[in-house]
Design a protein around this ligand. Structure first.
Ligand code: NDP
Length: 377
């Protein structure tokens, strides 16, 4: 090696080589110790990083799931994704390097399949939730019974960490069954596994959300509370970031986090924002709760695709409740983004094709604050 020219020597030593002749300091590696004293080796090497941890993410096939699976898998953690529908999980495969994302068939009523999914993990995330009752699962089945089975498996296999995603406004005496069952789920999780980290996200927005897109897609927006409910929408990517931070920070065990955005909106204010970005004015119809609830109840029995449920009508009358005792993004050193800074990104697809933006504005137009120029065919 001494006779080898210096230039050639630097080519032959790969930064990913495990050879003992590797120059010191080329690879950024670290050994972390989990809460129960297990050593975890992490090595950062781009897509081939070794995250060291094994994480199970229940409910990974939903909206929020991809934002945590993606973060874990790309940092080299092995991610176990329990799933029930083949097609619903496909997009997660490419989140990490080959073999990083492992799929396991699971049924919420099959304890053995839940245990199989958690037994080798260092952390378990439970993102399972449903906004409306379905034919086979009512809200308590999903939020309480399902949580109980998962928490029991976590306790049985002595998993280091359990992060339970609940909901904002989860209160035992809430008039909404969704919030009530979410609060019961939190209680059940804490009673079985006291170090459960509870995460209560505010209504989330993002590419696949049911907030901005639900306002932007229909031509008639039907509500019952004149869009007066108040909440602090939060970006799904921020919530994903917070969930990842919890893995690396054991002081978050046994804590409760309320994750909400910096600004409070009423649904009507959000609707104005959506209409401005989508450049569309939709008809708003307000149907009183006394009529809307029975209509939603019977429509849900007759139709086989999900539509606005009775409980969702009830939730329109409940403002977001933020527990002042709970921790927030601040405790994780994360600054949540402002919704209005991203609405253009998420809603530009709703604009009519007869509009397009002309090349950069002239100074005069800027002074006149003419943001977009519209040219109609
Ligand atoms: P989604 O509805 O998009 O995803 C829910 C996930 O739960 C899916 O993976 C779904 O699996 C799974 N799931 C639902 N029911 C069952 C069941 N019976 N058995 C097995 N799996 C089931 O939820 P989000 O990603 O939007 O939200 C994640 C969590 O955050 C949920 O618990 C939700 O209640 C909570 N939350 C969400 C908010 C939001 O604005 N989105 C606001 C506050 C809380 P499958 O794909 O197979 O159906």
């Amino acid at each position: 090696r001494a006779a080898m020219p210096a230039q050639l020597r630097s080519i032959r030593v790969s930064p990913f080589s495990t050879s003992t002749s590797r120059p010191a300091g080329r690879i950024n590696h670290d050994v972390r110790i989990t809460r129960t004293g297990k050593p975890i080796l992490t090595v950062s090497a781009g897509r081939s990083s070794l995250g060291g941890y094994t994480a199970t993410v229940f409910g990974a096939t939903g909206f929020l799931g991809r934002y945590i699976v993606n973060r874990l898998a790309r940092s080299g953690c092995t991610v176990i994704v329990p799933f029930r529908e083949e097609m619903a999980k496909r997009h997660l495969k490419v989140a990490g390097d080959l073999g990083r994302v492992v799929f396991m068939e699971m049924d919420l009523r099959n304890t053995a399949s839940i245990e199989e999914s958690v037994r080798h993990s260092d952390i378990v995330y439970n993102l399972i939730g449903r906004d409306y009752p379905t034919k086979n699962f009512d809200l308590a089945d999903v939020h309480v019974e399902g949580t109980e089975r998962i928490a029991e498996a976590v306790a049985k296999y002595d998993i280091d960490r359990y992060v339970h995603v609940s909901s904002h406004s989860a209160l035992l005496d809430s008039p909404s069954e969704f919030y009530r069952t979410k609060a019961q789920g939190e209680q059940v999780a804490r009673s079985i596994y006291p170090e459960t980290t509870i995460v209560r996200p505010a209504p989330m927005f993002g590419f696949e959300d049911r907030l901005l897109h639900r306002l932007a897609s229909p031509s008639n927006v039907i509500t019952s509370n004149w869009m007066q409910e108040r909440f602090n929408p939060v970006h799904a990517i921020d919530v994903g970031m917070a969930l990842e931070a919890m893995l690396h920070d054991d002081t978050t065990a046994a804590e409760t986090f309320e994750l909400y955005g910096p600004t409070e909106y009423t649904m009507a204010e959000l609707n104005d924002l959506v209409e401005r970005e989508a450049m569309k004015k939709r008809r708003h119809i307000n149907v009183p709760k006394a009529i809307m609830k029975p209509v939603a109840r019977y429509a849900n029995k007759l139709l086989w695709w999900p539509i606005h449920s009775e409980d969702e009508v009830e939730r329109e009358f409940i403002d977001q409740y933020i527990d002042p005792q709970a921790k927030t993004f601040k405790d994780l050193d994360i600054e949540p983004v402002e919704l209005s800074s991203l609405t253009y990104e998420y809603l530009k697809g709703y604009r009519s094709s007869s509009y397009y933006d002309l090349p950069p504005m002239s100074e005069r137009e800027k002074r006149e604050e003419k943001k977009y120029l519209h040219v109609i065919d």
